[in-house]
Design a protein. Structure first.
Ligand code: AMP
Ligand code: MG
Length: 357
């Protein structure tokens, strides 16, 4: 299949949205920018289109898709029940980077929901996403537009790298803003529950609905006893090709420990990537050092994270060591993605030198 790539700007908006809507209506796939990451969209009411999405991504078919809508009212036809908490959160955060889980309406195929009786819905705020969704007039099922397991795409170039020849069209709307996927909140139960952290933080949600719970899988400890409620959270995700390790400790301790690792790697002729902060980058002697942002500005870290992971892939590093970032508020989402990229592999600075390469 030949993948059409269209740059979307003011003067091409009408033609490109019409072309994309046409592809969706006949069951094809179009990747497009949202404020979080690029999505890979297909008609969410068409089971065949959903199957094509799973095939294009190589995504396990038990990992449900998020429906994207242009208008709050559309949610009423897609959810069989909208709880009070759901309504309040929609009113406050839509359009925006918040996905809500509702009981699904009958017309949504199980192929779209990965066999679940619930459905994930989001109304993106990105002007290109909004224009495309309005033109299509359909709920568009759209997971992130990466091959399953790879870092989510934040640029059309990333989408092309993974999806060229596998989908009908890529709409290039430039670099996305936030850079990590939406916050997912289950509003089907008594207490709204965060299934995946994102730009909309626990505190922001609590301001609107009072009590909020966090699914234990968010902290990263997915094992036999912790089964995540968002099926996608159980897979190693967002991951670069090289193994990655997060290194905890003070800036100086991390730099000192990694410099010892770098010395050894140089002796062994190994290419090491260091995912560094602005504050610490100057301390590393050797390796492929990439600055992802400042410890004081996690918005910037999130914005750059997936692009930097993909750059390490292009440079073919054999192992990546990363500093730890955040933990609180939006930092919860940043750490969650970093830990997933590292397959939950976190070590103390003192252990870095002994870490198997
Ligand atoms: P992606 O679109 O690639 O960001 O992935 C969508 C995420 O939403 C995955 O982690 C899914 O497991 C999660 N998700 C989608 N639908 C549901 C649902 N009905 N219940 C729980 N999680 C869901
Ligand atoms: Mg994804």
């Amino acid at each position: 299949m030949k993948t059409i790539i269209r740059v979307i700007q003011k003067d091409t908006m009408e033609a490109v949205t019409a072309e994309a809507a046409e592809i969706w209506k006949r069951g094809g796939l179009v990747a497009f920018p949202t404020e979080t990451v690029y999505g890979l969209g297909g008609n969410g009411l068409d089971p065949e289109a959903s199957k094509k999405i799973y095939a294009a991504k190589g995504r396990p078919s038990d990992n449900p898709l998020i429906l994207h809508i242009a208008d709050r009212k559309q949610a009423e036809g897609l959810a069989s029940d909208i709880s009070e908490a759901g309504r309040l959160l929609m009113e406050r955060f839509w359009p925006g980077p918040l996905t809500l889980i509702f009981p699904k309406a009958k017309n949504i195929p199980l192929e779209t929901t990965g066999g679940l009786e619930t459905v994930a819905i989001r109304m993106p705020s990105h002007p290109v996403a909004q224009a495309l969704l309005r033109k299509a007039g359909l709920p568009i099922a759209a997971p992130s537009a990466n091959l399953s397991g790879r870092p989510s795409p934040t640029l059309a170039r990333d989408v092309k790298e993974d999806m060229d020849g596998r989908i009908d069209m890529i709409v290039d709307g430039g670099e996305v803003g936030i850079g990590v996927e939406s916050t997912i909140v289950d509003v089907t139960g008594e207490v709204p529950t965060i299934l995946r952290p994102g730009y909309i933080t626990e505190e922001m949600l609590r301001d609107v609905v009072g009590r909020v719970a966090v699914d234990p899988a968010v902290a990263g400890s997915v094992g036999a006893e912790v089964k995540p409620k968002a099926p996608g959270m159980k897979y190693r995700h967002y991951a670069p090709k090289a193994p990655m390790v997060l290194v905890e400790g003070s800036c100086d301790a991390v730099a000192e420990a990694l410099n010892r690792v770098l010395e050894k790697a140089e002796r062994d002729g190994k290419k090491i990537g260091i995912l560094a902060s602005e504050e610490n980058a100057g301390q590393y002697r050797g390796g492929v050092v990439k600055v992802v942002g400042s410890h004081k500005n996690l918005d910037c870290v999130a914005h750059n994270l997936y692009r930097v992971l993909r750059e390490f892939d292009r440079e073919e590093v054999e192992m990546i060591y990363s500093e730890c970032f955040g933990g609180q508020a939006f930092g919860q989402a940043v750490m969650n993605r970093l830990k997933k990229a590292a397959g939950q592999h976190v070590i103390r600075a003192e252990e870095a030198a002994e870490n198997e390469m």
